[in-house]
Design a protein around this ligand. Structure first.
Ligand code: ACO
Length: 326
């Protein structure tokens, strides 16, 4: 008995920032951002907006497309590093917003790989018979964690949430397998102190100092991200006993178009097999893969029985992949 995704949803903050909006605030240019990252715009939380509300909206869409009610769920697993509280977890706050109780709800902190980790853990528990209907969410607000004076990081990130509803189902469709990896020795390539939650929004008077903002060693990260996403992609298909050329669509974590294109080149994949939407959202961390999945479905890029591969790499470092028969 495996798990199958039967509904997806996404939701974004209301404020859209195009690259030109950042030019007035930072020593940067639309041309630099587009050519180095592929990013054209991103959505960011503004003062008074709640990421939990945004995750709840994405979850309700996923539930309604699955034909289920919040009360039908048996567990909630959230990939996030953006809870406003050390505790309770983001997942418990989301559970409250959805008006349900008495089911397990917990977070997985794997930065940009958060959704890949959450999907893997949910699938394993469903296979072992623990739960039959599970909500898996990726939600992050890294725009609230940058030092808005640091052009090297401030232009990269956007906020949002994506959600999937999984049900157990016999048969060949569903999650075929996952692979998760971490390399803690590289923790300081990408990090942020856990201080202010999501209070330091783009328009807030509360500001992170340079020390409190995201610290990133971009070029090293770039190289490791390309290698690790290639490796985990090859291994997850090998583990499932399928061929890479049989994968219909890859939904990579959307950090940077150059990372995605470099991974595709190394894997020998044509552009039509790789979903790219980083231009519209920036790097939304754990939200990027479920947002991409929801958009790919809407755009009719995924059909019944297609092999679909999700992969990501992020702070930790963490990386991983899930292979799904749609
Ligand atoms: N606007 C204008 N100039 C900039 C900006 C900016 N926003 N940011 C940096 N620069 C300048 C730098 O100061 C530097 O100038 P200098 O040569 O005078 O010192 C120059 O541009 C080149 O800087 P690099 O860091 O070498 O630029 P690079 O080509 O490596 O691109 C980038 C930087 C886009 C961050 C790249 O390294 C990258 O994408 N790394 C991966 C980072 C990432 O994706 N992190 C997200 C989380 S990890 C993940 O999701 C996989």
């Amino acid at each position: 008995m495996g798990s199958r995704i039967v509904g997806t949803g996404r939701a974004l903050p209301r404020t859209r920032l195009v690259n030109q909006d950042l030019e007035s605030r930072l020593d940067t240019s639309d041309e630099w951002i587009r050519s180095r990252t592929g990013i054209e715009q991103r959505y960011v939380l503004t003062n008074g907006e709640s990421l939990v509300d945004i995750a709840a909206e994405a979850s309700r869409t996923a539930l309604s497309r699955a034909g289920l009610k919040p009360s039908d769920l048996e567990a909630i697993v959230v990939g996030t590093v953006s809870s406003d509280f050390g505790f309770p977890s983001f997942a418990c706050q989301l559970q409250d917003r959805l008006g349900i109780t008495d089911i397990p709800a917990f977070d997985l902190a794997a930065a940009c790989s958060g959704f890949i980790y959450a999907l893997s853990v949910a699938d394993a528990s469903m296979r072992s018979g623990d739960w039959k209907r599970v909500l898996v969410v990726g939600a992050d607000a890294l725009s609230t964690m940058v030092d808005w004076n640091d052009r090297r990081t401030a232009v990269l990130f956007g906020d949002g949430a994506g959600a999937c509803v999984l049900v157990t189902e016999p048969g060949p469709r569903g999650v075929l397998g996952s692979l998760l990896r971490s390399a803690g020795q590289h923790w300081n390539l990408l990090s942020v102190r856990n201080s202010a939650g999501t209070r330091c929004t783009y328009d807030s008077e509360v500001r992170r100092t340079a020390d409190e903002g995201i610290q990133m060693r971009g070029p090293e990260l770039f190289r490791i991200a390309v290698r690790s996403m290639e490796e985990v992609t090859r291994r997850v298909v090998e583990k499932a006993g399928v061929r890479l050329e049989d994968v219909a669509l890859i939904l990579p974590h959307q950090a940077n178009a150059r990372i995605i294109n470099a991974v595709a080149d190394r894997l020998g994949l044509s552009a039509d097999k790789v979903f790219l939407n980083v231009g519209r959202y920036g790097n939304t961390s754990a939200a990027s893969v479920p947002i991409a999945l929801d958009e790919a479905l809407e755009a009719n890029r995924i059909h019944d029985n297609d092999l679909v591969l999700l992969n990501a790499c992020g702070g930790g470092l963490t990386w991983g992949a899930n292979l799904v028969r749609w």
